[in-house]
Design a protein around this ligand. Structure first.
Ligand SMILES: NC(=O)c1ccc[n+]([C@@H]2O[C@H](COP(=O)([O-])OP(=O)(O)OC[C@H]3O[C@@H](n4cnc5c(N)ncnc54)[C@H](O)[C@@H]3O)[C@@H](O)[C@H]2O)c1
Ligand SMILES: O=C(O)C[C@H](O)C(=O)O
Length: 329
């Protein structure tokens, strides 16, 4: 029997991440080679024409799995029947903008999108927020979708995870597939903490294999945490193909499961594990089984890691306070 297509809604579809993402979704890389998809693209009215151009190109690829493309400038319509929501479109920080202004501007996007998901999403909806500040935007959307299980709202730290894998692999002269159990903790921001104490590399830990605390502290952690800014500096635009790639990885693993003997990183609502206050959407080491993320339990956290996890989590708590004051959560 022919499979029913999965509805994938992508916001910010005419943006640079959207352009790198849509073709990979349509080719089957998001959900697998046997799963047909229908794309529902959401854009602001001024960018609908550009989204139409991208849709023409998608048509021209004749992807066997792509069963339809609809374009909207209205969130309620775009999220009607959505199974997978990729919330990419966001308001970037402009010159002179304070953090509270940025959070408020994004509240104007993620509140109505949360409401639209609540109103029309399919029962199995899964949401990945990519648009920055991703963790807190996810929290805002979640707050306005009370009928959707809270754990269906996640934010992307998979790009940070992948960046950390490459940096460590380079340092050790190994392949990225030789490294398992990398972890990103906290916020998708410069306070994030990439943790190699639990990473496994050819029978030892990442930290022991490196055996160089100065490199870890002064090179690895800041390189990973500030990589987004370094890309903007070099490219004159923020990361796009790598961000799209990470979004594909996140949803693919969420739906299909993480490999045995490994884990990944995703920002998911905290259940209080590792002293992270319940409810904030923070990055953890996670596995996915049966379509659900689970936080890896029982890891020993030493003082070096504790300090860094706490700092990033504190930033998330402050962002939650700020959006609470704005009445957004
Ligand atoms: N979490 C991560 O790892 C990560 C990595 C890279 C970029 N990002 C973030 O992803 C976001 C998108 O990046 P980009 O490079 O594609 O930006 P972009 O400016 O190229 O595209 C954003 C698109 O979103 C659209 N948009 C704005 N408001 C919208 C709304 N209310 N509904 C629907 N669409 C809307 C815009 O019209 C634009 O086409 C940014 O916030 C960026 O900071 C996150
Ligand atoms: O868009 C940004 O500010 C950077 C982005 O989040 C990234 O990590 O590449």
């Amino acid at each position: 029997m022919a499979q029913v297509p999965v509805n994938v809604t992508v916001t910010g579809a005419a943006g640079q991440i959207g352009y790198a993402l849509l073709f990979r979704i349509a080719s089957g890389q998001l959900l697998g080679p046997d799963t047909p998809v229908k794309l529902r693209l959401l854009e602001i009215p001024q960018a609908v024409k550009a989204a139409e151009g991208t849709a023409m190109e998608l048509d021209d690829c004749a992807f066997p799995l792509l069963k339809g493309i609809d374009i909207f400038d209205d969130a309620t319509q775009a999220f009607d029947g959505v199974n997978v929501g990729l919330l990419v479109g966001a308001r970037p920080r402009s010159k002179g903008m304070e953090r509270a202004d940025l959070l408020e501007a994004n509240g104007g996007i993620f509140k109505p999108q949360g409401e639209a998901i609540n109103a029309g999403a399919a029962d199995d909806v899964r949401v990945l927020v990519v648009g920055n500040p991703a963790n807190t935007n996810a929290l805002i959307a979640q707050a306005h979708a009370p009928d959707v299980p809270a754990e269906r709202f996640t934010a992307m730290t998979r790009l940070d995870h992948n960046r950390a894998l490459t940096q460590l692999a380079r340092k050790l002269g190994v392949g990225v597939t030789d490294i398992k159990k990398m972890t990103i903790w906290g916020n998708h921001s410069a306070t994030q903490y990439p943790d190699i104490f639990h990473a496994e590399v050819n029978g030892t830990t990442g930290a022991k294999a490196v055996d160089d605390e100065a490199w870890l502290r002064d090179d690895f952690i800041p390189t990973v945490a500030k990589r987004g800014a370094a890309i903007i500096e070099a490219r004159g635009a923020s990361s796009a193909a790598s961000a799209a790639n990470a979004a594909i990885d996140h949803v693919h693993d969420w739906v299909n499961g993480t490999p045995e003997g490994d884990w990944t990183s995703a920002a998911i609502p905290s259940d209080g594990s590792y002293g992270v206050p319940e409810g904030i959407i923070s990055s953890f080491p996670v596995t996915s089984r049966g379509g659900k993320w689970e936080i890896v339990q029982g890891l020993e956290i030493d003082a070096f890691s504790r300090e860094r996890i706490d700092a990033s989590v504190q930033e998330l708590v402050e962002e939650r306070e700020a959006v609470r004051k704005l009445g957004l959560v």
